[in-house]
Ligand binder design. Structure first.
Ligand code: KIV
Length: 272
């Protein structure tokens, strides 16, 4: 268990807000299933994100676009069953909130009601503000997401660093202020220059959670499969791998196959 906030029984959005005020960094990681969420929660993570990156790392899609609301709810239900302490935030998937605030509200309510999650995350700024306001009006906490927003990958064309030019940086700054002002409880900043991550974090009251946004954001998030080295071929500069589980798991399975073929498994002790 990390030393930070170790006495907290349940992490809430209020605790997350207080962490920024007190200068304590916020830790966030993705999870999509019961077993991994249980381990991550026991380690003392502050926020678990049931990310739509499930579309990539769980389902094998190239983008986050195909995952459905029903599939996100399934993942969120599995995570919620495991979590005792962390705040659980669930991504609203592509097509479930853009351009229609009533649909956005219904999608958020389905996630909260059917999974028991604590908050939702929405990608975008001014263009989705009506949807965000509507969700907030129902008392559902919203985390924003600016910078590289993977649901818009076909607009961007690539997964390279965003907001390097002044115009896009200014739009990001004004979107962050907007999300702050309309009542989001935090905002993810993905793949932007570190100086911009710092400027935004210093200019708004709500916590910023960075992924490839430098060290000055109020917290950090990584996709669990990347951090653990399960996604072997994904090596962006911002990623720190804490294990090489692809190799570990492959080695274990190779050994198991050998033991079966060699008639070594099961032995007497492993039999009834
Ligand atoms: O879906 C996801 O995993 C995310 C993180 C990269 C922030 O949105």
């Amino acid at each position: 268990m990390s030393t930070a906030k170790k006495d907290v029984k349940r992490v809430t959005t209020h605790i997350i807000a207080g962490m920024k005020r007190e200068g304590e960094k916020i830790s966030m990681i993705t999870a999509y299933d019961y077993s991994m969420a249980r381990i991550i929660d026991a380690a003392g993570i502050d926020i678990i994100l049931v990310g739509d990156s499930a579309s990539n790392v769980m389902a094998g899609h190239e983008t986050t676009l195909p995952i459905t609301l029903d599939q996100m709810i399934y993942h969120a239900q599995s995570v919620i069953r495991a979590v005792k302490r962390a705040l659980v935030v669930v991504d609203l998937p592509f097509g479930s909130y853009q351009g229609n605030s009533t649909k956005a509200l219904n999608s958020a309510i389905r996630i909260m009601k059917e999974s028991g999650a604590h908050a939702v995350k929405v990608e975008g700024g001014a263009e989705v503000q009506d949807s965000i306001k509507r969700i907030l009006s129902a008392g559902v906490p919203v985390m924003g997401h600016l910078g590289l927003t993977p649901q818009s990958i076909y607009k961007f064309g690539t997964y390279t660093v965003r907001a390097k030019e002044e115009q896009e940086a200014n739009k990001l700054k004004s979107d962050a202020q907007l999300l702050n002002d309309i009542g989001c409880f935090s905002v993810v900043l993905e793949k932007i220059p570190a100086h911009l991550g710092k400027a935004v974090s210093e200019s708004i009251d709500i916590p910023t959670i960075g992924i490839g946004a430098g060290k000055h954001t109020d917290g950090q998030v990584l996709v669990m499969h990347d951090l653990l080295g399960i996604t072997k071929d994904f090596n962006p500069r911002f990623l720190r791998r804490y294990a090489e589980l692809y190799d570990v798991i492959k080695g274990c399975v190779e050994q198991y196959i050998k033991d079966v073929k060699d008639r070594d498994f099961p032995n007497e002790k492993e039999s009834y």
